[in-house]
Design a protein around this ligand. Structure first.
Ligand code: NAD
Length: 469
């Protein structure tokens, strides 16, 4: 999903709110429409885009100037918040799209944050530890007037981790002596005040977005516990088919693209799940897909990947990992036989080129924007259940909120408490979205419902703040 499509979808929601007189119930209809249109203009544009070049002196000699960005989209619902990505795919447009998605995600999940995102055009694998340390510190130096615990709070994203957040906090502290610094970044190590469970939170939340639907939500529906009409959709039938598999003790098959923070944890959740029997048939990273028809040993793969930062890609490395698997092309994971496909790598992975070959019935977006517009439309018509990024991958920002909170009250929350709180908050967002999707007016995708619920909150806040005159 590119920036243009994100903006189009925002406008589609705004158009639907224009005809919904119950939203911002006002006697003066022309005024109400003007207010809603104005909010659309604000949400489709970005507050601030800052671009800089980071100067790095390489260990093997020479100087490089690396493009770096911080994009602040909107802060009506709270301080700007969003990860920093180190990747060779970083571009201004992509970072801006991610910042818009952060605004929507935080609003959808009722978090008191706005949306921002950062990016550095660099492949971490090609730089030494010292060079990465320098890049991280320079990033803070360049963007320091824009960052702070009560203004804009970065976190890790693809290619960055707790080590990099710790370095950034260290630099922030040096630049701002005597000021509060711990809440300026989330996703830090526990020693530096990071929340316990932050690393696992996005993967756990991503997998929960699907299992919640399959078990808790569907159970309430099947038992008729809620007053629901008999409206059916092919997506509901898709989920019920999986539920029937589960009821007959047949394993539900899962494939996971991406084996980093999000993908490896989502795969482990499937592997360990005690409530529903799952088999993880295939996992991938940017170099390989590993496949086993009876299920991979995810625990052993995880152990290997934690140490080497990638999956085994040769027979010899598989032997070191003590895992049996067939080695396939990195993209194979997307179109192999499975019930559920968790997308936890990068954007634009399912497009016109491969959408017809996708076999999974359920697609869960752990990554941001992994399915492009055409593929989204096509697969929706095919009856596939797509759980969108802003709903599925918010576990990390929920825990970031707890980390930010604990840094302000100088407390440390227990890991179980952190993950329970995250899951409880996510469940309530899932229930609200799935209820409206399956039992609302119909004709919309889950993504549209997520955008609608987020935008309703944002427009209401802008109106209450008196920003729409
Ligand atoms: P990571 O860097 O830990 O892992 C990324 C994984 O994707 C690695 O296995 C890598 O090999 C693989 N990958 C990279 N490029 C690829 C390519 N071209 N083709 C196939 N695989 C490729 O990153 P992460 O933190 O796990 O984030 C993954 C996705 O989830 C990103 O889109 C990120 O924006 C999103 N996300 C992450 C978090 C978080 O808390 N980490 C929160 C929300 C969303």
């Amino acid at each position: 999903m590119d920036k243009g499509r994100t903006q189009e979808l925002i406008q589609e929601v705004i158009d639907s709110l224009l005809t919904d007189n119950s939203f911002l119930n006002m006697k003066d209809q022309p005024k109400r429409e003007e207010i809603v249109q104005s909010a659309g203009e604000i949400l489709k544009t970005t507050d601030k885009i800052i671009k800089s070049y980071i100067r790095v002196s390489r260990e093997n000699g020479g100087i490089e100037r690396i493009p770096a960005f911080r994009v602040q989209h909107n802060n009506i619902s709270g301080f700007y918040k969003g990860g920093i990505r180190f990747s060779e795919n970083v571009s201004e447009e992509e970072v801006e799209n991610m910042a818009i998605l952060m605004t929507l995600k935080n609003a959808l999940h009722g978090l008191p944050f706005g949306g921002a995102k950062g990016g550095v055009f660099v492949s971490p694998r090609k730089y030494s530890e010292r060079e990465l340390n320098l890049i991280s510190k320079k990033y803070v130096q360049r963007f320091t007037p824009e960052i702070g615990p009560t203004y804009d709070i970065p976190a890790p994203d693809m290619g960055t981790d707790e080590r990099i957040m710790d370095w950034m906090v260290g630099e922030y502290k040096t630049i701002h002596p005597g000021q509060s610094y711990s809440g300026a970044f989330t996703g830090k190590s526990e020693e530096m005040g990071g929340a316990k469970g932050r690393r696992e939170s996005t993967g756990i939340g991503t997998f929960l977005s699907y299992t919640y639907l399959l078990t808790e939500w569907l159970k309430a529906y099947t038992n008729g516990e809620r007053d629901l009409n008999s409206k059916r959709s092919s997506q509901l039938e898709t989920i019920q088919r999986l539920r029937d598999k589960h009821a007959s003790s047949e394993a539900i098959k899962v494939n996971v693209q991406g084996f980093g923070n999000v993908g490896s944890v989502a795969a482990l959740e499937a592997y360990w799940d005690e409530n529903v029997k799952h088999e993880v048939l295939a996992v991938s990273d940017q170099f390989v897909t590993l496949y086993h028809p009876e299920g991979l040993n995810i625990e052993k793969l995880n152990q290997y990947a934690r140490e080497s930062h990638e999956l085994p890609k040769t027979e010899a490395e598989l032997a070191v990992a003590d895992v049996e698997a067939e080695i396939l092309d990195a993209k194979a994971v997307l179109t192999m036989e499975t019930d559920v496909l968790v997308l936890a790598a990068i954007e634009d992975q399912i497009t016109e080129e491969n959408m017809k070959a996708v076999k999974a019935d359920v697609l869960v977006e752990g990554a941001n924007a992994p399915i492009n517009v055409a593929a989204d439309r096509y697969m929706q018509k095919e009856g596939k259940m797509i759980i969108p990024d802003i709903l599925a991958n918010a576990g990390g920002v929920h825990v970031s909120y707890l980390e930010w909170k604990q840094s302000r009250v100088t407390e440390v929350y227990d890991k179980d408490k952190v993950l329970e709180e995250m899951a409880a908050q996510m469940r309530s967002a899932f229930q609200k979205v799935y209820d409206e999707y399956f039992y609302g007016l119909g004709g919309h995708t889950v993504r549209f419902i997520c955008y609608k619920q987020a935008i309703e909150r944002l427009v209401t806040l802008m109106y209450r703040h008196g920003k729409l005159y």
